[in-house]
Write a protein that binds this ligand. Structure first.
Ligand code: GDP
Ligand code: MG
Length: 411
């Protein structure tokens, strides 16, 4: 069939245009595969390491991940959590608005029972009356003194309310509520500097607490957090009095792929921790976290044992432990305050981890412990899973604690 010149030109133009389109589409496809955006939904774990020694950094490179991605222990929030982790984030991170909103939301979940049936709910009922009269202060007194915050803190809160407010303001529920919030933040904000985990190599963290408080679980969660930040973590199985305790620690270590130093059955806890610190130094670990026993035949024996652990730490590496954290079970309420005071007599406690705030109505104990101990609460545990550990931030905690009923219902 004869083709006119005009038709030929049109055909050629059409051909060129089609190949141009095909080329463009291919390029676009390739670019999205290389993914300047990773596939949506899975945030990347930070693998960068701000460690002190680059040699150790190289060694840690292989293990700088929190847990296998299909680890069943993660809940649905896994990606969100990992995504928000910053390398070498300090224990009490300065918050961006988003981070603090997220924190408040998680705190709010953990504290829902305290708000619904603990002292906060009683306060809520007190203030929900349309007409507030001078009897309010008496009732406030009763609620505070029967709360899990302890009498000392109850008195402090009450005095703050009474002193700060004029008589007319006292009859205004919102003003009283606000004052309680303010004073609670004052109690919780111990104004301690953030911990620089890079200040020592290795940084030695000793973890204390009675049996069942949540030491091993907390250590497991911390190990995951630090490994995710790219740190090389070594655990010391210092609870040698219970065979199961060592195995439990090893299970946690497996989840974050960090090493454990364990002694023979019935080994001296101090010797295990000594060995771990030495290994930490020799092999360039960034952090050594030492688990300890929570119960011996008597309390005195336990305290003597822990003091010995402290001395031996100092022998292995002068000046350590660099931090000594006491783990307390918040569900034990005022007992936790008593325990804290007891440990404080024997050991130089530098931080507190309060566990099991999920599912307890005794969240007020946080105030009591902070007020009595004058030691910062570094973390709170809000579940049994690996990422159920939150850095403690006073303001977010207080807003979550005193979140009003109406907000709760709306949420
Ligand atoms: N719900 C909840 N359970 C926790 C939390 N922390 C620890 N646990 C549980 O408390 C129990 C005792 O914990 P464990 O770490 O063995 O305590 P340890 O004896 O001090 O080492 C275990 O069943 C943990 O799963 C927490 O924050 N929330
Ligand atoms: Mg344990």
């Amino acid at each position: 069939m004869p083709v006119s010149g005009e038709e030929l030109v049109t055909l050629l133009i059409a051909l060129v245009a089609t190949s141009a389109v095909v080329l463009l589409v291919r390029r676009a496809a390739k670019k999205s595969q290389l993914g300047d955006g990773a596939p949506a939904g899975r945030a990347q774990l930070p693998t960068g390491r701000k460690g002190a020694s680059t040699a150790a950094a190289a060694k840690a490179g292989a293990s700088s991940r929190a847990v296998s991605e299909d680890d069943e222990d993660f809940d649905e929030e896994e990606d969100e959590q990992k995504g928000s982790q910053k390398p070498s984030a300090p224990a009490t991170e300065p918050e961006s608005d988003d981070a603090s909103d997220e924190q408040e939301r998680r705190f709010a979940e953990g504290l829902s029972k305290t708000r619904q049936s603990g002292f906060v709910s009683k306060l809520g009922k007190l203030f929900s009356r349309k007409k507030i009269d001078s009897s309010l202060i008496e009732e406030l007194e009763e609620v505070l003194f029967t709360a899990d915050i302890g009498p000392k803190t109850a008195k402090r809160l009450l005095t703050a309310v009474k002193e700060a407010l004029s008589k007319s303001e006292l009859e205004d529920a919102a003003a009283v509520w606000e004052k309680l919030r303010e004073e609670s933040i004052k109690i919780l904000d111990t104004d301690q500097p953030e911990i620089d985990f890079q200040a020592h190599s290795p940084f030695v963290l000793l973890v204390l607490g009675v049996n069942g408080a949540g030491k091993t679980t907390t250590i497991g969660k911390l190990a995951a957090k630090f490994t995710a930040e790219g740190k090389k973590v070594l655990l010391a199985a210092g609870d040698t009095f219970r065979a199961a305790a060592v195995e439990q620690l090893e299970v946690w270590a497996g989840r974050s792929e960090c090493e454990v130093v364990r002694g023979k059955d019935g080994a001296d806890p101090s010797s295990v921790i000594f060995e771990a610190i030495r290994k930490g130094q020799d092999e360039g670990f960034d952090i050594v976290i030492a688990d300890t026993a929570g119960r011996l035949h008597t309390k005195i024996e336990l305290m003597e044992e822990l003091k010995k652990v402290g001395r031996v730490c100092d022998k292995a590496m002068p000046g350590c432990p660099h931090e000594t954290w006491l783990v307390l079970d918040s569900t034990t309420g005022q007992n936790a305050i008593q325990q804290a005071l007891h440990f404080k007599e024997a050991m130089n406690i530098t931080g507190i981890v309060l566990t099991k705030l999920d599912g307890t109505a005794k969240g007020g104990v946080v105030l009591g412990i902070s007020d009595e101990m004058q030691v910062p609460i570094r973390y709170i545990g809000i579940g049994e899973q690996i990422d159920d550990l939150r850095p403690f931030a006073a303001k977010a905690f207080v807003s979550a604690l005193y979140q009003e009923d109406s907000q709760e219902r709306a949420a």
